[in-house]
Design a protein around this ligand. Structure first.
Ligand SMILES: [Zn+2]
Length: 410
């Protein structure tokens, strides 16, 4: 068997990642918001690479790319995303797309392997316009009305306008064909420090956390900050601060071993130094891969809010604004990644949940799915300093290609 035919080419993988890094470069990272010029140029770049892997594909009507193969045998879908957060890292997304492309280049032209890898680039995983709009469109979860409503969270530009400006208006949207794929495999940087701190090379993802988000609103009474005695104030800001402390004291008693929670934004109304806030609002998020635990914590949140309202002087309302179910990664995919890690990463792997959301959680609703992680230096991500050691990128590519081959073999 010709070894060159069946292994990932590490130098080629690195060269491709650097080519994408040069498009929309920002310091040592990139700035490629969804449908920005560098994002569209990156999509065009990928379309031009597809024939090297025996694939054909175009950018579809929502900015996805699906490179499909005419080779006979089973098909494995693989990919990630090419847009970035604002002023963010060069590997978040492109790593998974280039690993998929490399797997397709290696496997699709190897006559000894029955089947092919098909390559996907999902649009807007980073949520500039919505939540997983590209992959959700592929699985049939996005209506035309959803696209009508979607707007860029920074510029306010509508998605329709962005699609028109990109020349994509009116194009059909690629839809998954039931039964076409044996499943979906995605690689990603870990975006945490579990692998680095354990001197490990590969994370075998067991599940992707569910993210539940809440708007917690406090109502008091707006008044003069100089003339209103402390005893009679109804300070909504103070009630909010106490509530945050309350969460910090009670959640640890009911959470799971990996539950995380975050107050990501606080607003005081009217938000002036000489005015007692009459209203306050916090955006609060809970993440866990066990929906039962999240539900238990939501109950606690609502009980706490009812207690505060009953005691006064302010009232509290808890509104759930997002509930994303956790996704379990397929056991055979986990086993394939583990076997590939034993073969190409000296077995330096660990099974772990993903604390970040990924397109694989959307694909997992329609087909068996799996993910693998490579280490992030210092656990840093969503920042332009995000990086991974070259040797780890190459090891990850070899594990990915081998895992694809194992999955196609069944
Ligand atoms: Zn990502």
């Amino acid at each position: 068997m010709n070894d060159n035919l069946s292994r990932a080419d590490g130098a080629r993988v690195l060269a491709d990642l650097h080519a994408l890094r040069a498009i929309g470069a920002y310091k040592t990272g990139v700035h490629k918001p969804t449908f920005s010029e560098p994002h569209l140029a990156s999509l065009q770049w990928l379309v031009q690479r597809l024939p090297e892997a025996g694939l054909t594909g175009e950018i579809d009507g929502i900015g996805n790319i699906l490179g499909t193969s005419a080779k006979s045998g089973p098909k494995l879908l693989a990919g990630s995303h090419l847009e970035s957060q604002n002023h963010a890292g060069w590997l978040d997304g492109p790593l998974g797309v280039i690993y998929a492309l490399e797997a397709a280049r290696v496997i699709n032209r190897d006559p000894n392997i029955n089947g092919a890898v098909e390559v996907a680039s999902w649009c807007d995983e980073e949520g500039h316009f919505g939540s997983f709009l590209g992959s959700r469109s592929y699985v049939g979860g996005v209506t035309e009305a959803d696209i009508d409503e979607a707007r860029d969270r920074n510029s306010g530009r509508s998605m329709r306008e962005a699609l028109r400006d990109a020349g994509l208006a009116g194009r059909a949207r690629a839809r998954c064909e039931p039964g076409r794929h044996i499943g979906y495999l995605e690689a990603h940087i870990e975006q945490g420090e579990t692998l680095e701190s354990g001197a490990l090379k590969i994370g075998i993802v067991t599940s992707i956390v569910g993210i539940w988000q809440y708007r917690i609103s406090f109502t008091g009474e707006q008044n003069h900050a100089g003339t209103t005695r402390m005893a009679i104030r109804k300070d909504a800001g103070l009630a909010l601060a106490r509530f945050c402390v309350g969460i910090d004291e009670t959640f640890p008693k009911l959470c799971g071993p990996r539950t995380v929670w975050t107050t990501g934004r606080i607003t005081l109304d009217p938000g002036a130094p000489s005015i007692i806030p009459g209203a306050a609002e916090m955006l609060f998020q809970i993440r866990d891969d066990d929906a039962v635990i999240i539900a238990r914590l939501e109950d606690l949140l609502r009980t706490m809010a009812a207690d505060v309202s009953a005691r006064g002087p302010c009232t509290v309302a808890v509104e759930r604004i997002r509930a994303g179910a956790p996704a379990i990664m397929d056991a055979s995919f986990q086993n394939a990644v583990e076997a590939a890690s034993t073969a190409f990463a000296g077995g330096k792997s660990v099974r772990m949940p993903s604390g970040a959301g990924h397109d694989a959680q959307v694909l997992a609703t329609v087909m068996p799915s799996g993910m693998l992680f490579v280490p992030s230096i210092g656990g840093i991500s969503h920042h332009w300093t995000e990086n991974t050691v070259d040797a780890d990128i190459v090891t990850g590519a070899e594990v990915f290609v081998d895992a694809c081959r194992r999955l196609l073999k069944g």
